[in-house]
Design a protein around this ligand. Structure first.
Ligand code: NAP
Ligand code: MG
Length: 476
C-alpha cells in the first residue's frame, strides 16, 4: 500500500536543561538523601543515562512528611482566594514552560512528542486552572456542608503520564487546603522534579508540596507513615491491594486508581472510518500504556471482516520511532521491564491459539520497542483477553447482539472505562446504563477533561479524580 514518506522532524532538545543529579524537594529546598543513594534515570528510546536521582529512604520520607505537616497549619488557614492564586500561577508557568516540559516528558518516558505537547502538558495546566477555580468556591461544591482539608496527602503516581498524574493529584489537594508529599515512578522522575522548581518559581510556601524520588520501597514507607492523613495512588492493582492492606485499621482516607481492560464496542451501524481512528487512538495512544486503554475490541460479527481489513491497513500507516520526531505515532516502551511483560503476554496469546497480526515496521536497534499488534480469534478465557497488557496490543472479539456485547464487556475483574460506537443515541444510553465502567465514551475514546470525574469499578479501584467528585477525596 502506498504511504507517505516523511522527512525527519525532530523537536530540539535545546529547551531543556537536565542536571547531572537532582535533590529531594523537601520543605522548599532541594536536599541530599539521608543515605546518599542515587539511581540513574534513562531515556527509554536510546538507553542513554539522563540524570542521577535520589533514592529516598524512611528518614527522608519522615522529613518530607513533617515538612508537609508543618506547612499544613498555614496553608489550610490561608484565605481560599490566596490559595487559588498560587494554583493559577502554577497553571500559567506550566503553560509558559510547556515546550520544555513536553520535551523532557518525552525524553524521560518515551512517549511521542505530539502527545506530550498536545495532551499531557496542556491537560496538566488545565487541571491546575480548573482546581484553582474551585479553591474559593468549596461551599458550592458541597452545598449545605462545611468541609475541612484532611492534612498531609501522600501521593504515588505511575510512569505512563508523569506530569499529568502529578497534576491530577496535586491540584485538588492544594485547592482543598491539604499539603502534599508526592512520589513519582522510578523510571520517570524528571518532570516531577521540574515541577518542584515551578513551585519555587511561584513562591509556593515551603513544605506545601514535597517531591521525593525512589522506588517501591519509598512509596511503601510513605504510605505507612503515621502522620499521613490521605493516600492517593495510581498504579497497578497488585500494589493497590498492598496499600489497602497497609492502611487497614488506620484513619487514612484512600483513593485508588488501578488497572483496566476496557471494551471498545463497535456496532454495525457505527461510522466505520471514525471508529477505526477511535480504535487506534484507544489502544495505540501512548504505546497502550494507558489504564483506560481500549484493549479489548468487541466488533459486531456482521462487520468484523470489513473492519479488520480497514484496521490492518491503518496499522501499516502508523509511524514508529524517535519519540522526539513530530511525525511519530508510536514511541518507545517505557522500560525493559515493561517490554518483557508485553512480550510474555503476547507469547501467551500465540500459545493459547489466538491469531497474531503485526504491522510491518523496523524497530530501532537501541531502546525498547514493540510493534502495533492485533490478535484475532481471541476467546474470553485467553490471558490476552483478561489481563492488562499495558502495551500496544489489541485483542479482538466479536458479538451478535447488544446483550452479548454487554455481557462480554463486563466479563472482567476491571471496570475503568468503555467505548460504544453506534449512530443510535438510544443505544448509547442503553449500553451506558449496563456497562460496569467508571467512564463510558460514545463515538470517541480516551478523552479527558478536568471537569469530568474519572475512576473505576471493581479491581480498577475506588474514588474519583477530576470534577466536583474528585474534591471529595481530599476533605472531611
Ligand atoms: P506500580 O508498580 O503499581 O507503580 C505505581 C507507583 O507505585 C510507582 O510510583 C511505584 O514506584 C510505586 N510503588 C511500587 N510498589 C509500591 C508499594 N509497595 N507501595 C507504595 N508504592 C509502590 O505500577 P507500574 O508498574 O509502575 O504502572 C503500571 C500499572 O499502573 C498498570 O497496571 C496500570 O493499569 C496502572 N495504572 C493505572 C492508572 C489509573 O488511573 N487507574 C493510571 C496509570 C497506570 P516504582 O515506580 O519505583 O515501582
Ligand atoms: Mg512498578
Amino acid at each position: 500500500m502506498a504511504s507517505w514518506d516523511y522527512s525527519p522532524a525532530p523537536e530540539s532538545t535545546d529547551v531543556v536543561r537536565i542536571r547531572d543529579d537532582y535533590g529531594l524537594f523537601i520543605g522548599g529546598e532541594f536536599v541530599e538523601p539521608a543515605a546518599g543513594e542515587y539511581s540513574k534515570t534513562i531515556n527509554p528510546a536510546t538507553e542513554e543515562v539522563l540524570a542521577a536521582v535520589p533514592v529516598a529512604d524512611e528518614r527522608d520520607v519522615g522529613r518530607a512528611v513533617s515538612a508537609a505537616a508543618k506547612a499544613f497549619k498555614r496553608w489550610s488557614a490561608l484565605a481560599p482566594g490566596e490559595r487559588a492564586r498560587y494554583i493559577f500561577r502554577i497553571a500559567r508557568v506550566i503553560q509558559e514552560r510547556s515546550r520544555e516540559l513536553a520535551v523532557l516528558e518525552t525524553m524521560n518516558g518515551g512517549k511521542p512528542i505530539r502527545e506530550s505537547r498536545d495532551l499531557d502538558v496542556p491537560l496538566a495546566a488545565a487541571h491546575f486552572f480548573y482546581h484553582a477555580g474551585w479553591a474559593d468556591k468549596l461551599e458550592f461544591a458541597f452545598p449545605g456542608r462545611t468541609v475541612e482539608p484532611l492534612g498531609v496527602a501522600a501521593q504515588i503516581i505511575p510512569w505512563n503520564f508523569p506530569l499529568l498524574m502529578l497534576a491530577w493529584k496535586i491540584a485538588p489537594a492544594l485547592a482543598t487546603g491539604n499539603t502534599v508529599v508526592l512520589k513519582p515512578a522510578e523510571t520517570t522522575p524528571l518532570t516531577a522534579l521540574e515541577f518542584a522548581s515551578i513551585c519555587e518559581e511561584v513562591q509556593l510556601p515551603a513544605g506545601v508540596v514535597n517531591i521525593i524520588t525512589g522506588a517501591g520501597a519509598t512509596g511503601a514507607a510513605l504510605v505507612r507513615h503515621p502522620d499521613v492523613d490521605k493516600v492517593a495512588f495510581t498504579g497497578s492493582t497488585e500494589v493497590g491491594k498492598e496499600i489497602q492492606r497497609a492502611v487497614a485499621g488506620t484513619n487514612k482516607k484512600v483513593t485508588l486508581e488501578l488497572g483496566g481492560k476496557a471494551a471498545n464496542i463497535v456496532f454495525e451501524d457505527a461510522p466505520l472510518d471514525q471508529a477505526i481512528e477511535g480504535i487506534v487512538n484507544g489502544i495505540f495512544f501512548n504505546q497502550g500504556h494507558v489504564c483506560c486503554a481500549g484493549s479489548r475490541l468487541l466488533v459486531q460479527e456482521s462487520i468484523a471482516e470489513r473492519l479488520m481489513d480497514k484496521l490492518k491497513r491503518r496499522l501499516q500507516t502508523l509511524k514508529l520511532g524517535d519519540p522526539l520526531d513530530k511525525n511519530t505515532d508510536i514511541g518507545a516502551i517505557n522500560s525493559r521491564e515493561q517490554l518483557n511483560k508485553i512480550k510474555s503476554l503476547v507469547g501467551s496469546g500465540v500459545d493459547e491459539g489466538a491469531e497474531l497480526y503485526q504491522a510491518e515496521c523496523e524497530l530501532p536497534e537501541r531502546g525498547f520497542w514493540f510493534p502495533p499488534t492485533v490478535f484475532t480469534g481471541v476467546s474470553q478465557s485467553h490471558r490476552i483477553a483478561r489481563e492488562e497488557i499495558f502495551g500496544p496490543v489489541l485483542s479482538v472479539l466479536t458479538f451478535r447482539t447488544a446483550e452479548e456485547a454487554v455481557e462480554k464487556a463486563n466479563n472482567t475483574p476491571f471496570g475503568l472505562s468503555a467505548g460504544v460506537w453506534t449512530e443510535k443515541g438510544s443505544r448509547i444510553l442503553w449500553m451506558a446504563d449496563r456497562l460496569k465502567a467508571g467512564v463510558v465514551w460514545a463515538n470517541t475514546f480516551n478523552r479527558f477533561d478536568p471537569s469530568s470525574p474519572f475512576g473505576g469499578y471493581k479491581e480498577s479501584g475506588y474514588g474519583r479524580e477530576g470534577g466536583r467528585h474528585g474534591l471529595e477525596g481530599y476533605v472531611r
